[in-house]
Structure formats: structure tokens, C-alpha cells
Design a protein around this ligand. Structure first.
Ligand code: ATP
Ligand code: MG
Length: 574
């Protein structure tokens, strides 16, 4: 396990991580001492028929056993507090790191994997940490104390362990290694099972509408079978631990009986010593088994620790400038020789040589085939991604000079596949500006043509949207997303295909509201329909990551082939 993870053990839980092993040591010392008292009873109390002595020793043994029990329970409780505290700290760090992730960082890990890492992997670490603080101390302390006690009772007989312990260590090592390999295999199958569950739950509606249930069930069944087979094989291997341990236990009992029996016969050893020697030998072997088990568990959680650290170590590629005082003064935008690649390599450019100038308050339309990099172009403006080369100025300053908060408050973007969150309509709309008054919310909804349908719901603005906003239609969702963007009162408003599910008449009304109530705001409208951009001050025609032409509707219709093609193909509906 990565030591750096321990740094996430919050202060208030740290003492428990220390108290737990300490109580364990107390428990072990008592456990080791008990056979010694037993030997006293057999060797001193019984031959002398000293009932008072036997009673005294018996009571002492009971008291010590109860104390050991309490210490054992305490150490368990402390270990649970410490390990759950650790997982809480790690999850907190992961979540806050992911919040800082840029889109590029998220693309790299994928959402599903980030979920598994914050849940399952942290669980593995928690379990293994608990084992470590409970058993890692217990086993070696028990091993050493029992060995010392055994040696004190009979040094010559203890030589039996010199042979048994190395042999047992080798056997445990082999079993542990074989089990670990299978467990590792199981974890990869576990990953694909998780992926299947996540994908299906996120996309359950698609799965149903494509009637893919049988196919998806089979896929899941395969992943399940793989997990089951490898888990069974792994556990099958680990089952050897117990019989092997038993074998060595009996081997040592027989050897001790053989050599110890002779010593009793010649009178160099007492019967009580003989029995406690046997107890110590089983304690020694038990602790060997625990060491083997903990070894396997540490290696198992290592895979999870690596996955968690990958997220925590990830370099955030969009660096914020939180202390910058640069203010967004107007909504002008300028692209200077901008190239962009998602892979950050100049060989796979998605945008090439973009030069563009937009004045504050202008309405700009963007038209272009699917995959022509329209979304990519506008995502650079609020710095959802950074340019690979070239600069973008917003309000006259390089976007990198702003604090991200200032920039993103000023640039409101309705993403192409936008989401709403569970909660009421009003709560969702106030995401953009928590201080907005109800009147401002209503005004934004009127501009976005959402007020009417919101009022048609029995609970109006308090209607609960359900997870991911499932309670509204596609077009209604788009209008809510536009309203949410408007509430920020942005200098720049970017709509990425945000009215595709809205009928043309409503679409027109929304645009009219924009020019009436948001005249100062620079508006960038990406659209598939020419009718959505026809009145724009300028229209950008994108083709394969390049600007093909910029002009007004009339200019482009006169001499741009791509625009003419799109326009005439839509004229029937436009
Ligand atoms: N997150 C991403 N990682 C890697 N490549 C991407 C990513 N998003 C988009 N691309 C690629 O970049 C290119 C441009 O995509 P973009 O989404 O900008 O196109 P678009 O013009 O908005 O298309 P559409 O009209 O379908 O929305 C596409 O070839 C796409 O495969
Ligand atoms: Mg797009």
C-alpha cells in the first residue's frame, strides 16, 4: 500500500490508528502468558495438592482472560474507527481533486472508472488498512513472545521450530503467491463487471429502446461467470492454507511429543511445561499463518492503492489563476492562430489555424457538418480545454489571465449534451447564480420560453426534476438549460445546438427575446438549422476543423458552397 495514502488519515482518527496496535500488543502479551500460568498449576499446584494455589492461579487466569477479551474488542473498535476515517479522508481528497479536473483530465480516466476508484478501490484500501493495524502487530508480537516463552521453558526442544518455521514460511509463501495471481486476475474481471453495470444503468433507457436486454444480460453474465470462476480458483488456492497449517501443527506436536516425551521420562521436563510448550507452538504457527494472510491482503490492495494514487497524482492541465484581478469588461472574443488537439499533439489537430474576431454584443451563428469541430471551437472560450497553440482573448485579455471563476461567470455555456440535477426546477436554475431573486429566475425563463410550461406543472417552479432531470421532455430540458445560463447574466452566451429539440416557432421567440433583453450579451449560436442563425450579425461556416467562410446570411448564400448546400437542403423546413 502506498504510504502517501496515510497522509489522508485525518487528525482526529490518527490516535485510533496508534491505539489499536497498542491494545493488540496488550492482548497478545496476556494470551502468551496464560499457558505459562497453566503450566504452574500442573507442575506446582497439582503435585503439591495445593488447592489455594490452584484457585489463586485459576482466578488470575480468568481475570487476565477477561482483560484480553476487552482489549481485543477495543482494538477492533479502534481499528474500525481509524480505517473508516482513512477511507473518508481518501474519498474527500478524490472528490475534491475530481472537481478540479479539466474536461481533458476527465476524458483520460472516464467517468465509470472514476466512480469505481472512489468506491470499490477505497473500500479495498480501508479493509487492508484495518487488517494491517490489527494483525500486522499481533502476528509478529505473538510470534516473538511465544518463541521467547517456549525457549525459556525448554531451549533444546525449541530447536524443533528452527526446522518447522522455515518450511511453513516457504509453504505459506507459495500458497500466498498462487492465490494473489488469481485474485489479481479476478480484479480485472471485476472491473469489466462494474463497467457493464454502470454503462447499463446510465444508459438504461437506450438499452430498453433498442431491446438490447438479452444481449446486455449475456454480456453481464459472461463478466459474472469470469468473476466467479477466478474467485473460486483463488479461494480454492487459499483453502490450502489451513490444511497445510494443520499439517505443520501436527508435525510439530508429534516432534515435541517425541523429543519432549523422552525428556519427561528422564526427568528434565515437567508435564505442565510440556503442555504449555505445545500451546506456544500452536501460537507460533498461528502467527505464521496470519503473516501469510496479511501479506496476500496487502498485495491485493496494492492494485487499488495504485489506481487511487493515479487520480490524486494527476496533473490538472488547466491551471487556475485564483488571485488574478483581471475583470471581464466586455464580451469581445478574438482567436489568434489557434490550433487544438485533444491528444495535445500537433499531428492530430482537431482545429487548425483559427483566426476570428467577434465584437461585444454581436450575435454569431456557427454552422457546419457533424464532427467539423463546432463544439470544440466554443469550448475553448470558457477554457473547458486549453489551446494547443495560439491565444484566445476574451474582453481584450488572454483567457489564461483570468481567474477561472471570473471567466466562467462571464461566459455562460449551454453544452450540447447538458444535464440537469435532481432537485426542484428553481434550485437547478439558480446554479448559475445562487443569489438570483425569484423575479430574475422568472425573467430568464420567459426569455428562454420556459415560463409557460413550468407554470403548467401543478407545482410550478418547485417541481422536482428527478435524477438527471428525467421529469421533463427533451425540448423542455433544453429551455431550462438556456434559462439556467441566462440567470448568470453573462457577457457571453454560448448555445451549442441548444434548441435542436425545440420547435422552430419557439426557437424564433427565444432569439427575439435575446435581442430584446440581452442586447449587450455576445451570443454564439451553434445550430443545425439555418433558420436559427439567419439573422445573426455573422455566420461562421466550419468544415473539418477549419473556418471555411465568415459572412452574413446574404453574403454566404451568394458565394459559399457549403452554406448554399445546407440552406437549399433545408429550405423546405426552414
Ligand atoms: N473529448 C474528446 N476527445 C477526443 N476527441 C474528441 C472529443 N470530443 C470530440 N472529439 C473529436 O473532435 C472532432 C470534432 O468534434 P466536435 O464535437 O467539436 O464536432 P461538432 O462539430 O460539434 O459535431 P456535432 O455537430 O456532431 O456536434 C470529432 O472528430 C470528434 O471525434
Ligand atoms: Mg457538437
Amino acid at each position: 500500500m502506498d504510504k502517501r495514502l496515510l497522509a489522508f488519515l485525518e487528525k482526529q482518527y490518527r490516535k485510533y490508528a496508534i491505539l489499536s496496535p497498542i491494545t493488540v500488543i496488550g492482548e497478545v502479551i496476556i494470551e502468551v502468558y496464560l499457558p505459562f500460568l497453566m503450566a504452574k498449576i500442573v507442575d506446582v499446584g497439582i503435585p503439591n495438592m495445593d488447592m489455594a494455589y490452584i484457585r489463586r492461579m485459576g482466578i488470575l487466569m480468568i481475570v487476565l482472560a477477561v482483560i484480553a477479551l476487552l482489549l481485543g474488542v477495543l482494538s477492533g473498535v479502534f481499528a474500525a474507527i481509524a480505517s473508516t476515517g482513512l477511507s473518508k479522508g481518501i474519498r474527500k481528497a478524490l472528490f475534491s481533486k475530481i472537481q478540479d479536473f479539466s474536461f481533458a483530465n476527465i476524458d483520460k480516466f472516464s467517468t465509470a472508472s472514476l466512480i469505481t476508484r472512489t468506491t470499490t478501490d477505497v473500500n479495498n484500501i480501508q479493509l487492508s488498512f484495518m487488517m494491517i493495524i490489527r494483525i500486522l502487530m499481533r502476528a509478529p508480537v505473538m510470534l516473538i513472545c511465544s518463541a521467547v516463552m517456549a525457549y525459556r521453558i525448554n531451549p533444546s526442544l525449541s530447536r524443533v521450530f528452527l526446522i518447522i518455521i522455515p518450511l511453513l514460511a516457504i509453504a505459506m509463501g507459495l500458497i500466498g503467491y498462487a492465490t494473489f495471481r488469481k485474485f489479481k486476475e479476478m480484479l480485472t474481471h471485476y472491473d469489466s463487471m462494474n463497467k457493464s453495470v454502470q454503462e447499463n444503468l446510465i444508459g438504461i433507457r437506450v438499452v430498453k429502446s433498442f431491446v438490447r436486454k438479452a444481449y446486455e444480460n449475456n454480456k453481464f453474465l459472461l463478466a459474472l461467470t469470469n468473476v466467479r470462476t477466478t474467485q473460486m480458483q483463488a479461494e480454492g488456492r487459499s483453502f490450502f492454507i489451513f490444511p497445510v497449517l494443520m499439517f505443520f501443527t501436527y508435525a510439530s506436536v508429534i516432534s515435541i511429543a517425541w523429543f519432549g516425551g523422552r525428556q519427561i521420562m528422564v526427568g528434565t521436563m515437567h508435564a505442565g511445561q510440556f503442555f504449555s510448550f505445545i500451546s506456544y507452538s500452536s501460537q507460533i504457527l498461528m502467527s505464521m499463518m496470519m503473516i501469510a494472510m496479511i501479506f496476500v491482503s496487502i498485495i491485493l490492495s496494492r492494485a487499488s492503492a495504485v489506481r487511487v494514487m493515479e487520480v490524486l497524482d494527476e496533473e490538472i492541465d488547466i491551471k487556475d489563476n485564483p488571485d488574478s484581478t483581471v475583470q471581464l469588461e466586455d464580451g469581445s472574443i478574438e482567436f489568434k492562430d489557434v490550433d487544438f488537439s485533444y491528444a495535445k499533439s500537433m499531428d492530430s489537430l482537431v482545429l487548425t489555424n483559427i483566426n476570428l474576431s467577434i465584437k461585444s454584443g454581436e450575435t454569431v451563428g456557427i454552422i457546419g457538418g457533424t464532427g467539423s469541430a463546432k463544439s470544440t471551437l466554443v469550448q475553448l472560450i470558457p477554457r473547458l480545454y486549453d489551446t494547443t497553440s495560439g491565444t484566445i482573448l476574451v474582453g481584450g485579455h488572454d483567457v489564461k489571465d483570468y481567474a477561472l471563476r471570473t471567466l466562467r461567470d462571464g461566459v455562460s455555456m449551454v453544452l450540447q449534451n447538458n444535464v440537469l440535477f435532481s432537485g426542484s426546477i428553481e434550485e437547478n436554475l439558480k446554479w448559475g447564480n445562487p443569489d438570483a431573486t425569484h423575479e430574475e429566475v422568472v425573467a430568464a425563463c420567459k426569455s428562454a420560453c420556459a415560463d409557460d410550461f413550468i407554470n403548467s406543472f401543478p407545482e410550478g417552479y418547485n417541481t422536482d426534476l428527478g435524477q438527471g432531470g428525467v421529469n421533463v421532455s427533451g425540448g423542455q430540458k433544453q429551455r431550462l438549460c438556456i434559462a439556467r445560463a441566462l440567470i448568470k447574466n453573462p457577457k457571453i452566451l454560448i448555445l451549442d445546438d441548444s434548441t435542436s429539440a425545440v420547435d422552430t416557432a419557439t426557437d424564433k421567440k427565444i432569439r427575439e427575446a435575446f435581442s430584446k433583453y440581452h442586447a449587450e450579451t455576445t451570443k454564439i449560436i451553434i445550430a443545425q438549422r439555418v433558420s436559427s442563425v439567419i439573422e445573426a450579425d455573422k455566420i461562421i461556416v466550419m468544415d473539418d476543423g477549419k473556418i471555411n467562410a465568415i459572412g452574413t446570411h446574404d453574403e454566404l448564400l451568394a458565394d459559399n458552397k457549403i452554406y448554399q448546400e445546407v440552406y437549399y437542403s433545408q429550405r423546405g423546413v426552414a
